[in-house]
Write a protein that binds this ligand. Structure first.
Ligand code: NAP
Length: 447
């Protein structure tokens, strides 16, 4: 083992020991650190200043109690989190996740990934993430509102348009952002739109934000396929999940002539060989807040498989857009056996390390989430700029998103090429993102 590789292994072991019981954070760390060895050889200054360890320790971690009252009058207690991971290139920026499986380790893995993702956008945004172990599923609107108000009653003192700017993630959409921003405004008596993104266009948001992550994933996949001298048009696709990212990935895929035949939620998979009807999906998920089983009420020819595995369905291109570690090694092998040529991640870390190794070993075009799903945070940064101008009617176009995604794709390709592994988007994304943050950290000294 080289001196640099051994330094990285020692460092990884030290960070894991300092953060016990956080397997998702360890996984995200491992995936990044194992690609950074050649960077140390070229940039001894990073090692001299211990930049990697510096970057792997969050600047601040906030954990707080969130008490709220349910409709039956019972007092419920949840745990809230906000991780201020890195502010070298801008204010902390990253979403809020409300899901019962949220732990400090989940938050840290997401905030760590966000560091590289935000750097890749080229925009002035640092990294953060937050949320709570609250499950919005099955809660009334009034319960969700009371929870959001209690959550913001603590969070408000830690955020600000130049400090930390949250947004949505799993379980946090436009409705929750509305309740959160409303409470912030009430407590502070300030109409500070730039304190949170993902707002509705009527009160400081942008039209493109809701669609940006899903559309961006498709633009990234198109760029990957162009490198293989093919295109998404006429390809059969499957998209896991049926939330914000999945819905707008499906919408964009259909609009460019691809055929999406399946999507999912945590209960099962819906398959429509004619191509999923996106209008029905949006109606079910955004308006009715219903489960995917309802799709068959509108399209009885579709098949619903309870507890089905979406990766068993043959496709040309797979888009994991639900959650972390949802696509395993056996799924990766099956996808390849059935003719899949590309995998592009809308979710954060949806493929296990073993699955990623299978894709890379088989020269499958594999787009890691930190590059492929950066369109959402990029458009959030544009929303912050829009809010800072206090200028209504200022709109960012899809063309700007397209440019940003293609620029991220280009950086990944050029960096992978520079480090001798052309076509390896994992190495390209990690190193390109790392260098931007590391150089700023070097400039600031020991802070
Ligand atoms: P969302 O709107 O809440 O949708 C999440 C979807 O994933 C739902 O269909 C949900 O099904 C499914 N899901 C969640 N947990 C699951 C689990 N444990 N097993 C199976 N399915 C599960 O969330 P989203 O905003 O689309 O986010 C999806 C992914 O994209 C996350 O990894 C998120 O971090 C990432 N991401 C989001 C954005 C953004 O702008 N929103 C940006 C970048 C990355 P159920 O309804 O059954 O739970």
């Amino acid at each position: 083992m080289s001196k640099d590789a051994s330094a990285i292994t020692t460092l990884y072991d030290r960070i894991v020991a300092r953060n016990p019981g956080e397997p998702e954070f360890h996984q995200a760390l491992h995936e990044v650190l194992e690609t950074l060895t050649p960077v140390l050889a070229r940039h001894p200054e990073y090692q001299r200043h211990n930049i990697i360890e510096h970057l792997c320790e969050p600047e601040r971690q906030i954990i707080f109690r969130v008490p709220w009252q349910d409709d039956a009058g019972q007092i419920q207690i949840n745990r809230g989190f906000r991780i201020n991971f890195n502010s070298a290139i801008g204010p902390y920026k990253g979403g809020l996740r409300f899901h019962p499986a949220v732990t400090i380790g989940t938050m840290k893995f997401l905030a760590f990934e966000q560091t590289f993702k935000n750097a890749l956008t080229g925009l002035p945004i640092g990294s953060g993430k937050g949320g709570a172990d609250f499950d919005p599923k099955g809660k009334s609107d009034a319960e969700v509102m009371r929870f959001c108000q209690s959550f913001m009653t603590e969070l408000y003192r830690h955020i600000g348009d130049s400090t930390d700017v949250p947004a949505g993630d799993i379980g946090v959409g436009t409705r929750e952002i509305g309740y959160l921003f409303g409470q912030y405004k009430r407590i502070t008596n300030r109409y500070e739109s730039g304190v949170i993104t993902g707002k509705s266009p009527g009160w400081g948001g942008t039209v493109i934000r809701k669609k940006a992550t899903g559309y961006g994933v498709v633009y990234f996949a198109e760029a990957m396929l162009a490198m293989k001298e093919t295109e998404l048009c006429n390809k059969t696709c499957v998209v896991s999940g049926s939330g914000n990212v999945a819905l707008y990935a499906i919408e964009k895929l259909h609009s460019i002539g691809a055929r999406v035949i399946a999507c999912s939620d945590s209960d099962g998979v819906i398959i429509d060989e004619n191509g999923l009807d996106i209008k029905t999906l949006i109606q079910i998920k955004e308006q009715d807040r219903d489960r995917l089983t309802a799709y068959r009420d509108h399209h009885p020819h579709a098949e619903y498989i309870k507890n089905g595995n979406i990766w068993d369905i043959p496709c040309d291109v797979a888009f994991p857009c639900a959650t972390q570690n949802e696509l395993h090694e056996k799924d990766a092998n099956k996808l390849i056996q059935q003719g899949c040529i590309a995998v592009c991640e809308g979710a954060n870390m949806p493929c296990t390390p073993e699955a990623v190794a299978v894709f890379l070993d088989n020269q499958i075009a594999y787009g890691p989430g930190k590059a492929a799903n950066a369109g959402g945070v990029a458009s959030s940064a544009l929303e912050m700029q829009h809010n800072a101008t206090r200028h209504s009617g200022f709109e960012y176009s899809e063309e700007r998103l397209y440019e940003i995604m293609n620029n991220i794709h280009r950086q990944c390709c050029q960096t992978a090429e520079e480090f001798g592994v052309p076509g390896n988007y994992v190495v390209g994304a990690n190193i390109a993102g790392f260098r931007r943050v590391a150089d700023a950290m070097l400039a600031f000294g020991v802070i």
